[in-house]
Ligand binder design. Structure first.
Ligand SMILES: NC(=O)c1ccc[n+]([C@@H]2O[C@H](COP(=O)([O-])OP(=O)(O)OC[C@H]3O[C@@H](n4cnc5c(N)ncnc54)[C@H](OP(=O)(O)O)[C@@H]3O)[C@@H](O)[C@H]2O)c1
Length: 327
């Protein structure tokens, strides 16, 4: 008789937009429970607890971390990711942290040190590779190849964000590169390999963060042209080019559901893989299985990959002159 997989109980820090989608996704992951939540705004935390039936509304971080939970999901803004991740890891919890995992490379290194020190799993919540479409695309290109991807073009601009949206502000770790860029950095590193160099141009808003950035990156196996913005609108699709054809991952490519492979011989193959539960469920299921297996690092979103994404974004941001408080 098969034993039931271990129940993974979660605590949430930062019950905002992303945390709402995390709760929606968790409802689609068997043998998990959303057990505790802490938010600095008690009314919002209470609302979250009521909406998602969270039994323990923690008064503070120590109370959340003392709850019978194995894993913590950190969904505050990037300026506080390092502090909350380290506190959770030091209390013996496994941590899934929203992208970008930290403001900059030194802060990410401090998180990874805390994970190693405490022997706990840490993973950046980088969702695209766990979507059914992305996995199907990899399998299809392995079985019916187009050759080595040598160019990636991807980007997204969203000018519909409200004026008080956190991405507009430097003190919250805002800017389009840090807010949108983690996905673009992931795609380039995933298909093209190690980063060699970055060249960025862009413009800043009145709060001193990049409102538009265009960056070209050179990697071990090719080059990418990436863009991010919060003062324009753009399509949000992605293009992967190889000698034997190209792939278009349809918008919004970071929530991938459709892709078209165009082969050099004229064939066109449409992949159509709708996602369920909002899409956060796939990365969360992966994380829970790693916890159950005693793993300390995801083989998909490795610590080295998170560091490479952080380096790419930091290089692009610093070239535009965007520095965060304390840097
Ligand atoms: N994976 C995805 O698809 C996805 C989608 C959206 C966002 N994200 C990521 O998720 C993170 C949060 O973004 P969001 O859009 O969810 O933001 P949000 O809606 O503003 O929620 C942020 C939460 O963190 C809390 N918070 C902010 N600063 C804090 C501080 N200094 N101390 C304690 N709590 C603090 C906020 O509290 P208040 O309510 O009191 O402000 C709120 O509960 C970002 O890293 C973002 O890049 C990921």
């Amino acid at each position: 008789m098969n034993a039931q997989p271990e129940l993974i109980r979660w605590g949430v820090i930062g019950p905002g937009r992303a945390a709402g989608r995390f709760a929606q996704g968790l409802a689609g992951v068997p043998n998990t429970a959303l057990h505790a939540v802490w938010g600095r705004n008690p009314a919002r935390a209470l609302d979250y607890a009521q909406r998602f039936n969270v039994p323990h509304l923690a008064a503070d971080i120590p109370s959340l971390l003392a709850a019978p939970i194995q894993a913590v999901y950190v969904a505050t803004h990037p300026d506080t990711h390092a502090a909350f991740c380290c506190a959770a890891l030091d209390s013996g919890k496994h941590v899934l942290c929203e992208k970008p995992a930290a403001l900059n490379v030194p802060q990410l290194e401090s998180i990874l040190e805390a994970a190693h020190r405490n022997g706990r799993l840490f993973m950046e919540a980088m969702k695209p590779p766990f979507f059914p479409l992305y996995q199907k695309l990899r399998a299809r290109l392995a079985a019916d190849p187009i050759g080595s991807i040598g160019f990636v073009r991807a980007g997204h601009c969203d000018s519909t964000l409200s004026p008080d949206y956190p991405l507009h502000f430097r003190e919250l770790g805002g800017g389009s590169i840090l807010g949108i860029g983690p996905y673009e950095a992931f795609l380039a590193l995933d298909w093209l390999g190690d980063l060699k160099r970055v060249h960025a141009i862009g413009r800043l808003n009145e709060h001193g963060v990049d409102s538009f950035a265009l960056f070209q990156t050179e990697h071990a196996r090719g080059m990418a042209q990436l863009h991010t913005g919060i003062d324009l609108l753009s399509l949000g699709d992605a293009l992967l080019c190889a000698p034997g054809g190209y792939v278009r991952i349809h918008a919004n490519w970071w929530n991938p559901a459709r892709a078209t492979i165009h082969y050099r011989d004229g064939r066109e193959v449409l992949l159509d893989e709708p996602f369920l539960h909002g899409g956060f469920n796939y990365e969360t299921a992966h994380f829970c299985n790693l916890v159950r297996g005693g793993n300390r690092e995801s083989p998909e979103i490795t610590h080295a990959l998170s560091l490479a994404m952080a380096r790419l974004l930091q290089d692009a941001r610093l070239q535009l002159g965007v520095q965060f408080p304390g840097e």
